[in-house]
Ligand binder design. Structure first.
Ligand code: NAD
Ligand code: ZN
Length: 346
């Protein structure tokens, strides 16, 4: 089968023929239709310090996908050939305290699809049945392909109640953009997006932001009067991974504010802990998605009118993976989709 492979420990990816993945008795084999490019894939392609630590080539990359089931292992029930599915990209151990208690997102032994095991940028991907999620017939397959990062957005946006609250989203990458739409759908009063890139600020407005501001142009507190806010934000979502953004968010929180931190800084960040204490803030780290409450929430929100389609800005056939990765890396993009079915749909 064709797959996008990190062949050697260095920059680049190669579209090449590899053996089909083995299908264990608990596995589901899926024919991949479309995939989404994630920041993780960009790190692996560029072979930065994180990738050099985390990845052992050769590796089929990618973890955001939608496809149809072609085969199931002998132990698999509830899944059948022909069904449209996506996969949860975190493969957990199933045996630790948290897994046994049903808190699988807290598993400390998680293996990432397309990071620690062969991934989904391929014609076929195999996953344990416990990682497979059914879609409803007729779902937009571009949306279905990005359930994994959409799940990051939903898990973060619903980490704290947002009904009637004033919400700050720092960073309008694909996840911040989707979180903006979710916070709006969940009843936030204002959703202010802070983002340096003008293309992404424009997208943030399309996703339902009340305001999209450039962090280089004035402090967040300057906006409060315009938005009829008194003290500061009630809820913030850090979705940039940039230390300055987290510090700015903490400075703009109301007393008792809640901060969900999803963005991954590349190094240690120093914070004013006194501010966290005196404002009585709650900070919560968010990793992955809840299995499978987040997936359920994604499904029901989409079916009750949530629209995340403006986040999808580019579509390429898998043979044009270099152009697709360049578009994702440019920053002047939302979500970039690769099509793995035959033909050259644009
Ligand atoms: P992205 O890199 O596309 O988006 C980050 C955005 O932040 C960019 O648009 C950038 O211009 C903006 N930004 C830079 N400096 C800023 C500042 N000072 N203030 C506000 N915005 C600023 O990333 P993404 O794919 O949307 O992911 C968001 C973050 O979440 C990344 O840090 C990523 O590593 C992390 N991530 C975490 C998880 C998890 O499970 N915790 C999963 C996926 C991604
Ligand atoms: Zn576990």
């Amino acid at each position: 089968m064709r797959a996008l492979v990190k062949t050697v420990a260095g920059p680049g990816l190669e579209l090449r023929d590899v053996p089909e993945p083995p299908v264990g008795i608990n596995d589901v084999l899926i024919r991949v239709h479309r995939t989404g490019i994630c920041g993780t894939d960009l790190h692996i392609e560029a072979w930065d310090a994180w990738a050099a630590r985390a990845v052992r080539p050769p590796l089929v990359v990618g973890h955001e996908f939608v496809g149809t089931i072609v085969e199931v292992g002998s132990n698999v029930t509830d899944f059948a050939p022909g069904e449209l599915v996506s996969g949860e990209g975190h493969v957990v151990c199933g045996r630790c305290r948290h897994c046994l208690a049903g808190r699988r997102e807290l598993c400390a032994h998680t293996i990432g699809l397309g990071v620690g095991r062969d991934g989904a940028f391929a014609e076929l991907v195999a996953l344990p049945m416990t990682n497979v999620w059914h879609h409803w017939p007729g779902i937009d397959e571009d949306v279905a392909a990005i359930f994994d990062p959409f799940g990051n957005a939903v898990h973060t946006a619903l980490a704290f109640p947002v009904l009637g609250e004033d919400v700050l989203v720092s960073g309008a990458g694909p996840i911040g953009l989707m979180a903006t739409a979710v916070a709006r759908h969940a009843g936030a009063r204002h959703v202010v997006v802070s983002e340096p890139n003008p293309f992404r600020r424009e997208l943030a407005l399309k996703m339902g932001a009340s305001l999209a501001v450039d962090p280089a142009c004035g402090g967040l507190a300057d906006l409060f009067a315009e938005l009829d806010m008194v003290e500061g934000f009630d809820v913030a979502m850090e979705m940039s991974g940039h230390p300055a953004a987290l510090r700015a968010a903490l400075g703009a929180m109301a007393h008792g504010g809640r901060v969900a931190v999803l963005g991954l800084p590349s190094e240690e960040v120093s914070l004013d802990v006194g501010e966290i204490v005196l404002k009585m803030l709650t900070l919560r780290g968010i990793y992955g998605r809840e299995m499978y409450e987040t997936w359920y929430k994604m499904t029901v929100m989409l079916r009750s009118g949530l629209d995340i389609t403006p986040v999808i800005t580019h579509r390429f056939p898998s043979t044009d993976h270099e152009a697709a990765f360049a578009a994702a890396r440019s920053g002047d993009s939302g979500k970039v989709i690769l099509d793995w079915t035959a033909g050259t749909r644009q």
